[in-house]
Design a protein around this ligand. Structure first.
Ligand code: C2E
Ligand code: MG
Ligand code: MG
Ligand code: MG
Length: 290
């Protein structure tokens, strides 16, 4: 059997597979270096109430910026760090930095909502996840009700029964839970109603499709499912005023996307908060025409 050939395994790698393996190894080393040198930082993307146009929260999004190579896309380093397990350490860094930034904005009187932090499957499965989160919240002095965690269908469906237990523990602490990228994974409606979620985030792919009747019907259906389960709906990747107007008609509550703002550095987000406070929203909410 090929797999048991041991020393001869290299025979099964062709040239392009070899290049890929080398690239992965280089990225793994770069990530290790980046963790040591503190090259991982957090950007924030506003989440806006669709009716009032007011800020309700933000999503923390990791950025890997090295002096030599500049910005390295999450699309490349997240999958590799998932495989190597480095995502666990990256995730803790992101959680800690996000809690610190938000604690500061709260203390400055600039913010009183929730920050949403993405959890990878490996983090979610950690037996000490709740303790780790407790520690970070305690050390950063951020009250748990300012925290929301985003998890994907794939993460909870890996082991749904265990996921429900973990989710209940997190909810018992006052932490909110959002189902991220909804509709792109395989999730079971039977389980969806058992998961103690607060929020459902409709993936950008569905929002992109809203220029067709079928696409709009699909979003309408997802919003209806969410509301039947008493979940708040966030639309991800809203870029156009037309999408915003349609989402308003479909009774989606919260939008996140370039229409309002791209993810911002902590410094730029502070300015965004100051603008909000002075009632200078960057873009006025678009009225619904019924
Ligand atoms: P996600 O959690 O679904 O995050 C939303 C992604 O959509 C972000 O990409 C955001 O920049 C992008 N986005 C938001 N609005 C728009 C829009 O209007 N147009 C377009 N074209 N894009 C928009 P980003 O920051 O590159 O992150 C990609 C993915 O990487 C995230 O998807 C998430 O799955 C993962 N990720 C990011 N940060 C973390 C983290 O701290 N931990 C973990 N485990 N995963 C993370
Ligand atoms: Mg997310
Ligand atoms: Mg998402
Ligand atoms: Mg996504």
């Amino acid at each position: 059997h090929a797999k048991n050939d041991g020393a001869n395994r290299y025979l099964f790698f062709n040239d392009s597979m070899n290049k890929l393996a080398v690239k992965r190894l280089q990225l793994e080393n770069l990530i290790r270096h980046g963790l040591k040198e503190d090259f991982f930082t957090v950007y924030y993307q506003p989440k806006m109430d669709i009716l009032s146009g007011q800020l309700v929260g933000m999503e923390a999004l990791v950025r890997f910026i090295t002096p030599k190579r500049g910005l390295i896309s999450p699309a490349s380093f997240i999958p590799v760090s998932e495989e190597t397990g480095q995502i666990v350490e990256i995730g803790e860094v992101v959680l800690r930095k996000a809690c610190l930034d938000v604690k500061r904005w709260i203390d400055q009187g600039l913010f009183h909502g929730r920050v949403a932090v993405n959890l990878s499957v490996k983090q979610f499965m950690l037996p000490y996840l709740c303790e780790q989160i407790d520690d970070v919240l305690q050390q950063t002095e951020l009250p748990s009700y300012h925290l929301e965690l985003e998890i994907t269908e794939g993460t909870v469906m890996q082991s749904p029964k265990m996921a429900i237990d973990t989710m209940k523990k997190l909810r018992a602490r006052g932490i909110h839970l959002a189902m991220d990228d909804f509709g792109t994974g395989y999730s079971s409606l039977a389980y969806l109603k058992q998961f103690p979620l607060n929020t459902l985030k409709i993936d950008k792919a569905f929002i992109d499709d809203m220029n067709t009747a079928r696409g709009r019907n699909m979003v309408d259906t997802i919003v209806t499912i969410a509301h039947n389960l008493s979940l708040t709906v966030v639309a991800e990747g809203v870029e156009q005023a037309e999408q915003l107007a349609q989402l308003k008609q479909l009774r989606c509550e919260i939008i996140q996307g370039y229409f309002y703002s791209k993810p911002l550095s902590a410094a730029d987000f502070t300015q965004f908060l100051l603008d909000q406070k002075q009632n200078k929203p960057r873009l006025a909410a678009v009225p619904v025409s019924i």
